[in-house]
Ligand binder design. Structure first.
Ligand code: SAM
Length: 180
């Protein structure tokens, strides 16, 4: 079974942005529904909880069963799902720190599930964007992480706003607010 993704720069950049943005959204709506696709270690679920989102309003999925079991052991409602396959309902916030790197034959298969987005890197993000609008409440927001290494992302008719970026040694990371 693939190992659980250990929080890295991408996780921490998204955490920083969520910490700035979620309190503002909570002011407008105390009952907001939060969904994370690909929750991994659960670091962003813990963030959502700490920021004041009710545990019963936090929902998560992952394609790695080990990550699902781990997030469940932390007390979160997490299920196995390939993107939205097993997701129901609509959410005010959808968070995705996706596999975003172009395929690299040197990458161990164990970690590819968490890091490799396809031949160009943007394929899983594009699948996500195709479906996400069906699971977003009116005025809902997507918080999406991408990298300068991710190629050919198709944002369709979504609006996007850059909320944060970080330069690393070999790439630049971005956090986008994406809305319908
Ligand atoms: C880069 S890691 C991010 C983990 C965690 N959210 C974080 O920020 O540290 C990507 C996560 O997405 C999961 N994942 C990859 N493809 C997926 C898919 N098609 N559907 C659901 N989860 C997926 C991986 O198993 C992994 O846990």
């Amino acid at each position: 079974m693939p190992s659980i993704y250990q929080p890295a720069e991408d996780s921490y950049l998204l955490l920083e942005i969520l910490t700035k943005e979620i309190p503002k959204i909570l002011e407008e709506n105390q009952h907001l529904q939060f969904l994370e696709i690909g929750s991994g270690s659960g670091i962003l679920l813990e963030t959502a909880k700490k920021l004041g989102i009710k545990r019963e309003h936090i929902f998560a999925v992952d394609i790695n069963q080990e990550a699902v079991e781990h997030c469940k052991s932390l007390g979160f409602n997490c299920i196995y799902s390939d993107l939205f396959e097993n997701v129901q309902g609509k959410y005010n916030i959808i968070v995705f720190n996706p596999p975003y790197l172009p395929r690299n034959s040197k990458e161990p298969t164990d970690s590819q599930l968490a890091t490799t987005g396809g031949a160009e890197g943007g394929e899983i993000i594009n699948e996500f964007l195709k479906e996400a609008k069906n699971y977003l409440e009116e005025n809902g927001r997507i918080f999406l992480l991408t990298s300068s290494l991710t190629k050919n992302i198709n944002y369709q008719n979504y609006h996007k706003k850059l909320l944060g970026k970080e330069r690393l040694f070999f790439e630049e990371l971005y956090v986008w607010e994406v809305t319908i």
